[in-house]
Design a protein around this ligand. Structure first.
Ligand code: DX5
Ligand code: ZN
Length: 219
């Protein structure tokens, strides 16, 4: 399947220099990033700790691009308002993070933000059908969440293709994002399978030329 839909690149701040976050955010926007992907990890839902809403808020003034907040925390519900207030434009969460995904997505929308559901590599696509009228984004994890720099799990390509079909059939305007191990090589496979937002940490922040890295991911 080839695609003519616009491809958006969302660099993951997890791979940036944490001692220079404000400069990194400004630099990545100047380099052509479409969104900034912010990975929130609690050391409980995933075996790593990153940063919280106060860091998101501090970074908000350093860029105009949408802030795409990927919550890897459980429970997530008590923190949704804090991330909305901090400047998130889109908040996505995992079904496994709480007992009432439908309610969590309603809450994000009620806060005036775009909402996303995230599928781990072993999470089936069926959950998306139950909430398709409540999501602006579906995120396919192509690594197990928790760390940058992992290898792309190729079995997730067929999941991306299945979800592309579900989204088209729904008639809704829903972004299809992929996150984990995205490189200039795997990006082509993701786009061919139907993804239209690519998250990349190492493949962008791990290079010395952010603009070239972002351009390379667009294919
Ligand atoms: C992993 C995060 C990813 C991560 C991607 O849990 O959700 O966003 O930063 O890093 P790379 O692109 O290095 O695989
Ligand atoms: Zn992420």
């Amino acid at each position: 399947m080839s695609s003519s839909r616009p491809i958006r690149i969302a660099p993951s701040l997890l791979a940036a220099d944490f001692a220079r976050l404000g400069e990194e955010v400004a630099a990545i926007e100047a380099a052509g990033a479409d969104w900034l992907h912010l990975d929130i990890m609690d050391g409980h839902f995933v075996p790593n700790i990153s940063f919280g809403p106060s860091v998101v808020k501090a970074l908000r003034k350093h860029a105009r691009m949408p802030f795409d907040v990927h919550l890897m925390i459980a429970p997530a519900d008590p923190y949704l308002a804090a991330f909305a207030d901090a400047g998130a434009d889109l908040i996505s969460l995992h079904p496994e993070a709480g007992p009432h995904l439908h309610r969590s997505l309603q809450t994000i929308r009620a806060l005036g933000k775009k909402s996303g559901v995230v599928l781990n590599p072993a999470t089936p696509v069926g959950v998306v059908a139950e909430v398709i009228d409540l999501v602006d984004l579906v995120l396919v994890m192509s690594v197990n969440p928790g760390f940058g720099g992992q290898s792309f799990i190729r079995t997730q390509l067929s999941k991306i293709a299945t979800l592309r079909g579900m989204i088209e059939a729904s008639g809704h305007d829903i972004a299809l994002q992929v996150d984990g191990g995205v490189t200039a090589v795997t990006a082509k496979d993701c786009i061919a399978a139907g993804a239209d937002v690519l998250v990349a940490g190492t493949a962008v922040f791990g290079t010395s030329d952010y603009a070239a890295a972002i351009a390379g991911l667009r294919g």
